[in-house]
Structure formats: structure tokens, C-alpha cells
Ligand binder design. Structure first.
Ligand code: C5P
Length: 405
């Protein structure tokens, strides 16, 4: 699942200062392709106007169960039947307390109660003061909502409008969109731990210079994100890149191949799948100077000696768990030509069940790519598309191989 095209979302707003973030959320949902129908409580309309939400959603906003625009005067039925989900953001403490009792004295709670519970999921993004959030009554209500099948998202932590600091902030718009994308992704990797490397490595020559490979890390990060959407626990070992950590992914930052190898060897014993998408430097300078090597004006150049870096993927693939299939290893090959031949040879050399080939120069730093999946039986193409889409397809492919394992 890469976007929200075709999704019909009822966005409910209840009273709280986080309503200002609901405007951005509405915009992001529409941008992601969703049809958004806004429903607001009276309290929400104290914080943000229905006019703003109408302009952003492109749909008239509903605020009352007595809205005469509906032919049958049953907005609560009509709106909830058309929705793929009802998302309440912000969900106030008071509104959650109402929900657990099945109260239905205004349109939004009435609609939540009237929705076909098996077909229309209810997703809440709570927002409130930290004391209200921590209160046993709120925590009891959250537990009851979850027991009733409601999806209650986490709260954020930090500064609050009241001047206090703590838990209870509503998640940011992009975080809620991310949670929705994950919500609609089939959970083909639940219970699996994926270890993924991404980005280049940097091999220091001295404190200010080094050698590295061309890699933005975008493909590996997209795979980590897709794996998390698919329900996996994900550890991402990242070389030096300036990419944000995908939500819900635990990230270990490293610089050199040796550091990447240490992080991988530490985590691999607990992983079910290892995807080596990093562009690891093949060699590192034999020595790294403590101080900057100075140009002395003589015209002499420094003599650089190199030593080979450990082949992280081959080492993991050769480990007992890699060999007996407890750890499914996937390699990457960035080639400039003859992709099938090189990828096939590399798969054999690395001793991995699956090797993913791509043409490096036509994808480095870009948002799209094309992949060639090579296994013992042959090759399959994933044609040019966004890295996000390809990552989801690759994850689906890997998950289907695991179930046959
Ligand atoms: O040998 P080559 O670098 O072309 O192979 C690419 C694959 O091997 C990628 O999956 C890459 O992450 C992995 N690799 C590695 N350790 C190295 C070199 C490459 O894990 N030292």
C-alpha cells in the first residue's frame, strides 16, 4: 500500500487545541489521494472553523445530526456506510469516555456507534494535557476502546499548549498518515524481525578525508518502511545518509564498513531476514591518520595502502542460521550493464537465496528504480516504479518466500 487513492475517510474532529493540526492532516490525506469527509463536534468548531475544513477537504462539513441536507435526514448512517475508516483526530478525553459507553448525543459519536463495526474501522489519535492522558480514567478508557476493537494510536511527547511538557500531544499529520498507510498494508511479516542495511559506508583516510560509495540510502530506507508497514520488527543499520528514520523502525547509525559489520553481526542472531541494501566500500585505507595529512608543497602525493573490508552479506549468509535457512538473506547488486549475468554470478558468489539487481547509475539518488529478482530458478523483473512501490512489492515477494521456507 503506497498511497490512499480510493480510500474514503471520515475525519472526525473533537474539541482540543490539536484541531489546528487536523487542518494539515486533512490536506495530507487529500494529497495522498483519499476522499475526506469532515465531521466536527460543537467543541471542535470552537477551535477551527468548518469553513477551513471544507476548503481543505473540498466537501461540505457536517456538524449536526439534524443536518437537513441529507434526503433521509440520517447523516450518521449515510456517512458511516460510505467510509473505509473513521479517523478521529484529535480525539479528546471526553470523546473517548463517551465512546466506551456507546453514547450518541451528537453526530460524531452517533456515527461511531452506528457504523458497521466489522467493515468500518475506528481509528483514534488522542490529544490532551499530560495529566489528563496519564489519569487512570483515561488509561482505563483507552484499554476498553482497544478491547472493543478500536485502533488507538500512540500519543506524542513534548511541549503542550498549556505550557506543560509530557505525553498527550496528538501525533503530527505525517505520522498519522504513515499509521494509516501501515493500517491498510497486509500484515505479511507479523512476528518477523528484519535486519536491513542501507546507504554507503565511509572509510576515513584522516579526520577530514575519506572514500565512500555512491548511495543515497533511499531504496534501503523504503524497504525498511515497507517492512514495518507489513508488520515486521525492523532494525535498520544506516551508513552516513541524511534521511529521516521511518516511523516505528529502530535505526543504528554507522560510518564505516567495520562498524556496519559489528552492528549487523550483533543483530543478525535475532533476525529472520537480512536484506543487505547498503553500498559497502570494498576497501578501507590500511591506516587512518589521527591528524590531517598536510600538503607540504613538494608535489609528493601520499601513499595510500588499502585492505579489504569484511563481506558482511557473505559472512551472514555463511553463518549457521544463514545456512540452515533460519535467516533468509537477500543481497543487492548495483551494476552498470549485463544485469542478469552479474546478478546471477553475484548470487552464487554470496551464497544467498535471493539477489536483487538494479542499474546503479540510473537510480542513484533518485526516487524510482527497476529491480531484477534473481533466485535459484531464474529471474523476475519488477518494472520501473517509485522506490516506495518497489519496496512494497519486494517485501511481499520475500514474505511469500518465507512462508515456503
Ligand atoms: O560485492 P558487491 O559489493 O558488488 O555486492 C553487493 C551486495 O553485497 C550488496 O547486497 C551489499 O550490501 C553487500 N556487501 C556487503 N559487504 C561488503 C560488500 C558488499 O554486505 N563488504
Amino acid at each position: 500500500m503506497n498511497d490512499l487513492h480510493g480510500k474514503s475517510i471520515v475525519l472526525g474532529l473533537t474539541g482540543g487545541i490539536a484541531c489546528f493540526k487536523a487542518a494539515e492532516l486533512c490536506r495530507s490525506l487529500v494529497k495522498a489521494g483519499a476522499k475526506v469527509q469532515v465531521v466536527m463536534t460543537e467543541a471542535a468548531a470552537q477551535f477551527i472553523t468548518p469553513v477551513t475544513m471544507q476548503a481543505l477537504s473540498g466537501q461540505p462539513v457536517y456538524t449536526s445530526q439534524w443536518d437537513a441536507r441529507e434526503g433521509n435526514n440520517m447523516a450518521h448512517i449515510n456517512l458511516s456506510r460510505e467510509a473505509d475508516a473513521i479517523v478521529i483526530a484529535p480525539a479528546s478525553a471526553d470523546f473517548m469516555a463517551k465512546l466506551i459507553h456507546g453514547k450518541a448525543d451528537e453526530l460524531l459519536s452517533l456515527m461511531c456507534l452506528a457504523r458497521p463495526i466489522q467493515m468500518v474501522p475506528l481509528i483514534l489519535a488522542p490529544a490532551m494535557n499530560r495529566e489528563m492522558w496519564a489519569h487512570p480514567a483515561t488509561q482505563r478508557n483507552v484499554a476498553q476502546l482497544k478491547a472493543d476493537g478500536t485502533h488507538v494510536l500512540d500519543v506524542g511527547q513534548g511541549d503542550q499548549a498549556c505550557g506543560e511538557t509530557g505525553d498527550g500531544r496528538m501525533l503530527e499529520a505525517d505520522e498519522i498518515v504513515e499509521e494509516l498507510l501501515a493500517f491498510w498494508t497486509p500484515k505479511v511479516l507479523t512476528g518477523r524481525h528484519l535486519l536491513i542495511t542501507a546507504g554507503p559506508t565511509y572509510e576515513a583516510i584522516d579526520p577530514v578525508r575519506g572514500i565512500t560509495n555512491l548511495s543515497s540510502g533511499k531504496m534501503g530506507f523504503a524497504i525498511a518502511r515497507a517492512a514495518r508497514h507489513a508488520g515486521a520488527q525492523v532494525t535498520l543499520v544506516a551508513g552516513p545518509v541524511s534521511l529521516p528514520t521511518p516511523r516505528g523502525v529502530s535505526r543504528i547509525d554507522v560510518k564505516s564498513a567495520m562498524q556496519m559489520n559489528d552492528a549487523v553481526q550483533l543483530t543478525a542472531p535475532h533476525a529472520d531476514v537480512f536484506i543487505a541494501a547498503a553500498a559497502v566500500a570494498d576497501w578501507r585505507p590500511a591506516t587512518s591518520a589521527d591528524q590531517k595529512i598536510k600538503k607540504d608543497g613538494s608535489g609528493d602525493t601520499p601513499e595510500l595502502q588499502f585492505v579489504e573490508n569484511p563481506d558482511i552479506l557473505a559472512l551472514v549468509a555463511k553463518s549457521p542460521r544463514g545456512q540452515n535457512g533460519e535467516l533468509f538473506c537477500v543481497g543487492f547488486a548495483a551494476e552498470s550493464h549485463d544485469l542478469l549475468a552479474h546478478a546471477t554470478a553475484k548470487r552464487a558468489r554470496k551464497g544467498v537465496p535471493l539477489l536483487v539487481g538494479n542499474i546503479g547509475p540510473s537510480t542513484f539518488g533518485q526516487d524510482d528504480n527497476a529491480l531484477l529478482l534473481v533466485d535459484a530458478h531464474g529471474a523476475k523483473e519488477l518494472p520501473r516504479d517509485t522506490k516506495t512501490k518497489l519496496a512494497h512489492d519486494l517485501i511481499k515477494d520475500i514474505a511469500s518466500r518465507l512462508s515456503k521456507f
